[in-house]
Design a protein around this ligand. Sequence first.
Ligand code: PXL
Length: 286
Amino acid sequence: MGNGLAMRTIEQNNYQKKIAVINDLSGYGRCSITVQLPIISAMGIQTCPIPTGIFTNHTGFDSFAVRDCTDFLHNFIDEWKKINISFDGILIGYLTNPAQIDFAKTFIEEFGSDSTVILDPVMADNGEFYSGYDSKIAERLSELICYADILTPNITESCILTGKRYKSSFTCDELTEMAEILTRDRANRVVITGIDSPGFVSSFAFESERGENYRLYRKEKQHNERPGTGDVFSAVIAADALNGKKFLNSVERASDFVAKALKVSDENNIDGLNGVCFEKFLSIKI
Ligand code: PXL
C-alpha cells in the first residue's frame, strides 16, 4: 500500500477456521487444489491456496504444459506476514523440487505455530514414482515428516518413506510397523491409503496415542484407476481435523466419500483420466 499509510492487518476472530493449501493447480482432470478447495469449503473451512505449479491438466495425460511457481512462492510468506494472518491448518500436497520442500518448511515455521499440519507426501503410486519424482526428492520429502501432525501417504509412499519393499499385499503387523516409524517424530496420526487385496482396497488408520490404535477400512475395488483420489481423501481428513472430529471417524468418512465418488464415476462410464466425480456429494455434513 502506498502513501505511507500503515499496512492494514486482518483482525483475527474465531468465526471460521482457516487452512493454507499448498498443492498444484491442475486445470483439467480433478487433481490437487482443484478438488481440495471445494471439499474443504463445503466442510466450512476458509481455504487459502498456494499453487506450487500450474498444470493445464494432470500428468497422467500424454501431454500437458506446466508453469512452475517455485520462484513466486516466497511472496506468499512475505505478503501474508505483512497482513499478519495465521492458520488453523496447513495442508501440503504436490511439491516438485527441493526448493518447494524448503518453502513448505519455512511456511510451517512462520505460520504453523498454532496449526495442525497435514502432509500428503505425494510422489508415487502402484510401486512407482510419478513422473518428475525420484529417490533424491523422496529423501528430501521425508524431512518434512517431522513437521506434520497427520500423514496421508498411499502404500507406495509409505514403503518409500519407511525403507520397506513395495509388494502386492501387507499384513496388519507390517502396516503397524510402517505407521510406527512414520509417527516417531511429531505426527501422531497416519492413514496409509490404497492397500490392495483381491476385490478390495483399504485404508489403514493409526493413532499413536490410543490404546487400540489402528483400524482398517475396506472398500470394494472399482474398475478404473483415477488420479486425485488422494487429494480428495486428504482434504476430508484435513477439514475434519480442523473441525475437531475424531481421527478414526474421519478416516471412515474420507473412505466412504472417495468410495461413493469412485463408484458413481464408474457407473457413468467416466474415463479414468477425468478423475473422480465428487461434486454431487459435496453436501458432506460437518
Ligand atoms: O494427485 C496427484 C497429482 C497431483 N498433481 C498432478 C498430478 C497428480 C497425479 O497424477 O499429475 C499435476
